[in-house]
Design a protein around this ligand. Sequence first.
Ligand code: HEC
Ligand code: HEC
Ligand code: HEC
Length: 348
Amino acid sequence: MRIRWRRISAGAAVLAAASLFVAWTGIIDIRASTGHWRVTDWFLHWVMRSSVRTAALGGHAPRFTAAMLPLAAGHYETGCAGCHGSPTMPRPATVENMLPPPPNLQHIAATWNDAELFEIVKHGVRYTGMPAWPSLERDDEVWAMVAFLREYPSLDQAAYQRLIGFSATGSRDFATIAKSCEGCHSSAGLDETSLIPRLTGQSETYLRDSLEAYATGKRPSGVMKVALSRTSSEDRKKLASHFANQSAATETGRASEKSSRGRVLAERGDRTRGIAACAACHDAADVNEAYPRLAGQPVPYIENQLSLFRGGNRGGGAYAGVMTRAAAGLSDDDIGLLAAYYGSLPAD
Ligand code: HEC
Ligand code: HEC
Ligand code: HEC
């Protein structure tokens, strides 16, 4: 018995050495130009589909809303269209020669279910060039992209263009970059159902801290990270001052029974449950310039941020820790009331 094991390990060692030798000679073809044999192609794709199917088991999609589409579409234009093409831009000729080439997602999205698309978009596909999501903490952003991919096959040029707003792909000119921010953040495109924040009304300090936090990953967001990828630290300072000097939006959410209950909690807090009064730090005169204004922000945006803080995934600037503590004890119900309250206040 002992002898047989010795033979097996000696055999394995010889095989490993032989494989290394073959690789060293350089005769293994790694050229993309020659393509795969058809059977290799079939095999690799079969492995990929099986792996995604298994990894996606048990995944459960949230309810998709229309508010998810603009931020995902804007991100698609900057972060995905360069490989997969879009209704306004065919797939660039250079990526057609990738192995495998990135497919046209208008044709392919329907062959995957929601949880599988989530899996692919979040984790990417090894050995193919398909990248992972830039912030793995942000499942909510990945789901927004899945919601977009569900709509994508039905979008024509005009509908796609409407969703993405303005895009500055490739440009480093300041005015063009600032205009690209408007593609998502313009007050005209936002309403009380949006998941994108208004920038108007925030202090220059808060905007500058936030942009720096996104760029350095201290505030995780794949969407904002990619939107800022062509900016220098100098550009971000200029952008902060540019948006801080714009006048605040006038339209607001509606006051309701919910918002008046939220007001009580925001002004007084709840000692019995260890919830601090939000109003001590937000939207009061003479508070720290690094604390954001909440009045007039879209309700779903505020709810989303509060959930992120509560889950420990929001991050932010130097004072974000105090907010993480302030959100720790909030229930889903509290979050709904507080968002309804701040969303109903006039922005200025
Ligand atoms: C650098 C190029 C590149 C970028 C950028 C890229 N992809 Fe891909 N993607 C690929 C390639 C290559 C594949 C093919 C993988 C395969 O077939 O195994 C792929 C596959 C996919 C698939 C699976 C389709 C299928 O059936 O093969 C989806 C869905 C997808 N990408 C979505 C996205 C989204 C959404 C983005 C932007 C967030 C994105 N991709 C960005 C290269 C890219
Ligand atoms: C594709 C859409 C999109 C584009 C383009 C975009 N943003 Fe954003 N922005 C978002 C989303 C979504 C959020 C919320 C992210 C989060 O959850 O933290 C956000 C958040 C922000 C915040 C934080 C505001 C707050 O109240 O905390 C700032 C500041 C900001 N963006 C500035 C910019 C600037 C400047 C640009 C242009 C360089 C830009 N954005 C481009 C979608 C976008
Ligand atoms: C001790 C001060 C403090 C208290 C109390 C506090 N916050 Fe905050 N809050 C902050 C700071 C600081 C930030 C900014 C964190 C960062 O991005 O750097 C913030 C950020 C936020 C944001 C994100 C805004 C945006 O534009 O992204 C929301 C929403 C928020 N707070 C809501 C609340 C609510 C609701 C309460 C009451 C339950 C509350 N805060 C209590 C200090 C506080």
